[in-house]
Design a protein. Structure first.
Length: 404
């Protein structure tokens, strides 16, 4: 049974990739649309996909500045420096989700490093931000600072066993050893990280622009369109009696349908991954640090699109009808689902309608990853809704599907 399903799916995949027109619509058109619209919408906007992080450095010595510099070297972060006087303002910005997190370096940071004593660095984040990417990043950097401090003290003690050093020489040897050791990573923590969870007062609206908007938006639209072409293919095969002839062989209806759906799913998920990788490496879209989150959204959306496309093939009478409805439904639902422009700028009633489309939940999930640096926990609601879409649509499709 499974071999027959794989055989039917493989044949559909092979036919799709041999067809030049099909390849053009699958891979070339999404890139053209993404490039043209993305370039236009990028004009006049920064298009930055970095995660905004605030730092308040109250340290009185040099090691707080070193910590800042190490944070600035992280390519995924947009480090914004604030003064101690702006503490309350920055806390409110975190509560309103205008910035992802705030890192507070205490005034005794350098003193503690030099004297080999414990010190805390505090991360402030909103209660709506459950992503631990920033925390893990800060842990990595504190490990660098920590082992550098331990190494500096270790080297200094060994030098003092051989020669007597004055305070200036001690400082010089410690700093040299610290700077050399800063290149290494370890997990021997003397510097610890504390977390402050701040309740959200007001949700700040962050709208995607440029390629951050068009790469996921038109990716979703063209994957929906590609999956909806299932309706065209299946309607053509029904018109040409291919499906009915298949049933004269020792193959059951469920094997035929499963093979077709698996083939379409494989073609469209390959298309989706191509669009994602192209956006990442050519357009510079930051698809986050949780590939699993991106993959779950992509798979669940593709399954729901394949199911809806199969339902369409069951209700149309001809392949011509299927072709016309494929383009119409894909474009209209993608528009109101937020693929062409941010759904937040549309009238409220259209926003409500848009939330009934799978495109909305896919794009909303991708925006969480791209714009806010969120991870698996935050996109689980999107994934769950898309999986429900997929299960319901595939069940309805299997009940309605006609072979003749």
């Amino acid at each position: 049974m499974f071999r027959k399903i794989i055989s039917i799916a493989s044949n559909l995949i092979r036919v799709s990739f041999k067809d030049k027109l099909s390849m053009f619509w699958l891979f070339v058109m999404p890139i053209i649309w993404t490039t043209l619209i993305g370039a236009v919408s990028s004009f006049g906007s920064s298009g930055s996909s970095k995660i905004p992080i605030a730092i308040i450095n109250s340290d009185k010595g040099i090691y707080g500045d070193i910590y800042e510099d190490v944070m600035k070297n992280e390519k995924d972060l947009d480090i914004i420096l604030y003064s101690e006087k702006e503490f309350e303002d920055v806390v409110n910005m975190v509560k309103e989700t205008k910035i992802a997190s705030m890192i507070y370096i205490p005034e005794n940071f350098s003193y503690s490093i030099i004297n080999n004593s414990d010190v805390n660095i505090t991360i402030y984040k909103s209660s709506s931000n459950n992503s631990f990417y920033i925390e893990e990043l800060v842990k990595k950097i504190t490990n660098q600072i920590d082992i550098s401090s331990l190494t500096g003290h270790f080297v200094l003690k060994n030098i003092e066993k051989s020669i007597i050093l004055n305070d200036l020489d001690k400082k010089k040897h410690f700093e040299n050893s610290f700077n050399e050791a800063l290149k290494e990573l370890t997990s021997n923590n003397k510097v610890s990280v504390e977390y402050e969870i701040l309740s959200v007062q007001k949700e700040n609206l962050i709208l995607p622009t440029g390629f951050n908007a068009t790469s996921p938006g038109f990716g979703v639209m063209f994957v929906m369109m590609g999956a909806f072409f299932t309706a065209v293919v299946l309607a053509e095969e029904r018109e040409m009696n291919i499906l009915s002839r298949l049933l004269t062989t020792p193959i059951t209806k469920i094997v035929v349908l499963s093979g077709k759906l698996l083939g379409v799913f494989c073609v469209t998920i390959i298309q989706f991954l191509f669009i994602i990788f192209f956006g990442q490496f050519i357009f510079g879209v930051n698809w986050g640090n949780s590939p699993l989150s991106v993959l779950l959204i992509a798979i669940s959306f593709t399954l729901s699109a394949v199911g809806l496309g199969t339902i369409l093939s069951s209700v149309v009478k001809t392949s011509a009808q299927a072709g016309a409805l494929t383009v119409l439904i894909s474009i209209v639902t993608s528009m109101i689902g937020g693929a062409w422009w941010p759904i937040e700028i549309m009238p409220k009633y259209l926003q409500t309608i848009g939330k009934f489309t799978p495109q909305y939940w896919a794009i909303n999930g991708f925006n969480k990853i791209i714009l806010r640096g969120f991870g698996l926990k935050e996109i689980m609601s999107n994934f769950s809704i898309l999986i429900i879409y997929a299960i319901v649509s595939l069940l309805i499709a299997s009940l309605l599907f006609r072979y003749e």
